[in-house]
Design a protein around this ligand. Structure first.
Ligand SMILES: Nc1ncnc2c1ncn2[C@@H]1O[C@H](COP(=O)(O)OP(=O)(O)OP(=O)(O)O)[C@@H](O)[C@H]1O
Length: 410
């Protein structure tokens, strides 16, 4: 499927200080950020950013402190007024909107989730969640309905009447997220939203976001300085340095082809070598979606997958030898065209290849990167060993390069 550009950013600049036009002139004349600051006292927050963000993707903006992440993202809804450039959302230029259109745009298309939760202590949870809807003039019954649905989405049903101080940090961030979701935005802007949470809760919230994304496919722009987080949730990542966007790409693209040393440093020079093999990181963590061919009909597998809310099943024979994979779609199609001669194999996904446990990570990268499902790993006798998912693959590479790679420790 072709991706649709939701947000297009062209030559976007933000200069803070006494004389942005003068600073722009110096930049045009080839002066660098430091020289501009020394000559004029202006700080370049974002310099000449051009890229686009697709509908339905989680787009992570990553970079060191002060690299311009927050400035860039706040320019998307003009919480920070750009110095020059263009921001198009659904083809409409946000920078030329008048005040009324801008207010309408912010309310109807975007919402922001912050690190600090920004909950109001004197309001109970439901009023905190429905605050934005109240500002938008929605009546009480409607906004409570919407807010309850949002609380439900983040697993906080039943907490409507509690106050923020009664909730743990993780729960408060869920409320922050629910508030963002209640307005049902096309675009969710998340500024280090999970950074204040302890690691376990943070992972939980990342999972929550991925789950919500499965259901709604919003366009999410997520600021993070944490590579692990970016790899976990990001469909694509933009890396910023000193106000510039130095690279935009999928994690695999950036990993395989880092634009410069700064990017390389983020990935700590990760270089997929043959040292770690597929078998080292294969994990048999999806027993519920593994089926023996003798274990039932195509229809039974389809129903079970539906029940378990899973997309795929790995099919093994009674000796745990890998036979193939089926997806919900392939099962449905096969069942629709069923003839007396339909064989089990008819529903197998043609491009579901298994890899050998001795294959190096370098060898399996193209396969892992190009499939939406975790790739099955087998031994020479085709015995199933587990699966390698994309996130696990990337995390392993990253950790390996950072010296704490004990693969078992994962
Ligand atoms: N209101 C402001 N006035 C002057 N300079 C600013 C202002 N806001 C940001 N800057 C500067 O612009 C640059 C980019 O800042 P920004 O906050 O966007 O970075 P960041 O990558 O989000 O950093 P962090 O991760 O620390 O939040 C920095 O040099 C910062 O000092």
């Amino acid at each position: 499927m072709d991706s649709i550009e939701k947000i297009v950013i062209n030559n976007l600049y933000k200069i803070f200080g006494p004389d942005p036009p003068q600073a722009m002139e110096l930049l045009r004349n080839g002066k660098n950020k430091q020289e501009v600051y020394e000559d004029t006292g202006n700080t370049i927050g974002v310099q000449d950013a051009s890229f686009s963000i697709n509908q339905g993707e989680i787009f992570v903006v990553m970079g060191l402190s002060g690299s311009g992440k927050s400035t860039l993202v706040r320019m998307l809804n003009r919480l920070i007024e750009p110095t020059s450039g263009e921001v198009l959302v659904d083809g409409e230029n946000v920078l030329t909107m008048n005040h009324a259109d801008l207010v309408n745009f912010r309310r109807s298309k975007t919402s922001m989730v912050f690190q600090s939760f920004a909950l109001m202590p004197h309001l109970n949870i439901i009023d905190n969640v429905s605050f934005g809807l109240e500002l938008a003039g929605m009546n009480k019954q409607q906004r409570y309905e919407r807010s309850l649905a949002a609380l439900q989405q983040v697993g906080l049903e039943g907490w409507e009447n509690a106050y923020p101080k009664e909730l743990s940090g993780g729960m408060q961030q869920r409320v922050g997220l629910a508030r963002g979701l209640a307005v049902d935005p096309d675009i969710l802007l998340m500024d280090e939203a999970f950074s204040a949470l302890d690691p376990l809760i943070r992972t939980e919230m990342q999972d929550e976001l991925l789950k919500l994304q499965d259901q709604h496919q919003r366009t999410v722009v997520f600021i993070s300085h944490d590579l692990d987080e970016a790899l976990r949730i990001g469909g694509r990542i933009a890396i910023m340095e000193g106000g510039r966007v130095v690279q935009v790409g999928t994690p695999e693209e950036i990993l395989q082809n880092p634009a410069d040393d700064y990017v390389r440093a983020f990935f700590r020079g990760v270089d997929p070598t043959g040292v770690i093999s597929a078998g080292d990181i294969a994990r048999d963590n999806q027993p519920t979606s593994i089926w023996h061919t003798s274990q039932g009909s195509l229809r039974a597998i389809l129903e079970k997958l539906n029940d378990m809310d899973r997309e795929y099943a790995y099919i093994l024979d009674s000796q745990r030898r890998f036979r193939g994979m089926v997806s919900i779609d392939s099962l449905r199609t096969t069942l629709e065209h069923r003839t007396a001669a339909t064989k089990f194999e008819d529903a197998f996904l043609a491009d579901a290849q298994a890899v050998l446990e001795s294959d190096s990570l370098q060898d399996i990268l193209p396969l892992v990167a190009s499939h939406p499902w975790p790739v099955p790993v087998v031994n020479e006798a085709k015995k199933y060993k587990g699966v390698v998912s994309k996130n696990r693959f990337l995390r392993t590479l990253y950790r390996a390069e950072n010296g704490n790679a004990s693969v078992q420790a994962e």
